[in-house]
Design a protein around this ligand. Structure first.
Ligand code: DOR
Ligand code: ZN
Length: 349
């Protein structure tokens, strides 16, 4: 069990990141050490260009991740496949046989970064979902509708009604992770739904509401998808994360984009938090008076859902002020971390 050693120090079973973007090539080499320092494992998102749609592609990607890991660091990438309208059911059997694929990601086509090859209608995937249900391979869901008539702030709530409920009615035994939930609607839906469902929650959605995007001007480093919502939704996420309910667990959605791609006329979605994710979660849990619930959320609930053992080692966070760098190297470019130049109050030692 976690130990709150003193009010100024907390030791936890090493956490895992159940939703992470590592990219590829030089970017991968830049960001991987940040995640590997904090987390034992991560569910690695497949939205590369081209997307990771096959077990063979996932195997290659996994090898590149392991090759990019600095000497002396240990980290296990848990691979995912990118679901398309045409993912063959046999690919699911190969995925389960591989031993290294832990889920299949549903991106509604056009919902977010590199989702063009995603699913246009979930009905196209029913044969494949049947096999996933049969073999217990989780479906990881980016839960937003893409209908341009739906307000961008309502896309998650509408997704629950239009897609999630019918889908889970058709596949009641399918394991589903509702990724990076951002609304009261999703938190309540997951807490109350029947059957095998869970949700990941990012640190930034626990700490910020949508005002942060517009404070004193437009601030692109706070732009991600699903977008930050109103305060009432942030509060519902904090309640869910700190409730002790096993269905909620950590997923940073750390998503590096080069500075120029964010600070642009049409900037990319994604917040880079891999450097200081646990510090941000500690801040959010402390503000809620729930530091004693941080370990279950970060280190126990995810492994229980995915059917793996918790990590064997621990990490320690200390109360210590430090200032985030303005930028970090990202291949031959730079990434601006969330909270760049700000002082935060916890530090992993
Ligand atoms: O903000 C986001 N960035 N949301 C996503 O769903 C994708 C991610 C990315 O890959 O950059
Ligand atoms: Zn993501």
């Amino acid at each position: 069990m976690s130990q709150i050693d003193t009010p100024d120090s907390i030791t936890l079973i090493r956490p895992d990141d159940w939703h992470l973007h590592l990219r590829d090539g030089a970017t991968l080499a830049s960001v991987l050490p940040h995640s590997a320092r904090q987390f034992g494992r991560a569910i690695v998102m497949p939205n590369l260009k081209p997307p990771v749609t096959t077990v063979a592609a996932a195997e290659g990607y996994r090898s590149r991740i392991l090759a990019a890991l600095p000497q002396g660091m240990s980290f296990e990438p848990l691979m995912t496949l990118y679901l398309t309208n045409n993912t063959p059911p046999d690919e699911i059997r190969r995925a389960v046989d591989s031993g290294f694929v832990y889920g299949v990601k549903l991106y509604p086509a056009g919902a977010t970064t590199n989702s063009d090859a995603g699913v246009t209608d979930i009905a196209n995937c029913y044969k494949t979902l049947e096999v996933m249900q049969e073999l217990d391979l989780p479906l990881l869901v980016h839960g937003e509708v893409t209908d341009p008539d739906v307000d961008v702030f309502d896309r998650e709530a509408v997704f629950i009604e239009r897609v999630m409920r019918p889908l889970r009615k058709s596949f009641p035994e399918l394991k589903v992770v509702f990724e990076h939930i951002t609304t009261r609607h999703a938190a309540e839906y997951v807490a109350e739904a029947e059957g095998p469902i869970a949700a990941t929650i990012t640190a930034h959605h626990l700490l910020y509401n949508r005002n942060e995007i517009f404070k004193g001007g437009i601030r692109p480093h706070y732009y991600c998808l699903p977008i930050l919502k109103r305060e009432e939704h942030r509060l519902a996420l904090v309640t869910a994360a700190t409730s002790g309910d096993e269905r909620f667990f950590l997923g940073t959605d750390s998503a590096p984009h080069a500075q120029g791609a964010k600070e642009a006329a049409c900037g990319c979605a994604g917040c880079y938090t891999a450097l200081h994710a646990m510090e941000l979660y500690a801040e959010a849990f402390e503000r809620a008076g729930a530091l004693d619930k941080l370990e279950a959320f970060s280190s126990l609930n995810g492994p229980a859902f995915y059917g793996v053992e918790p990590n064997a080692d621990t990490i320690t966070l200390k109360r210590e002020e430090w200032t985030l760098p303005a930028t970090l190297p990202l291949g031959d470019q730079e990434v601006v971390p969330l909270n760049a130049g700000e002082t935060i109050h916890w530090k992993m030692v």
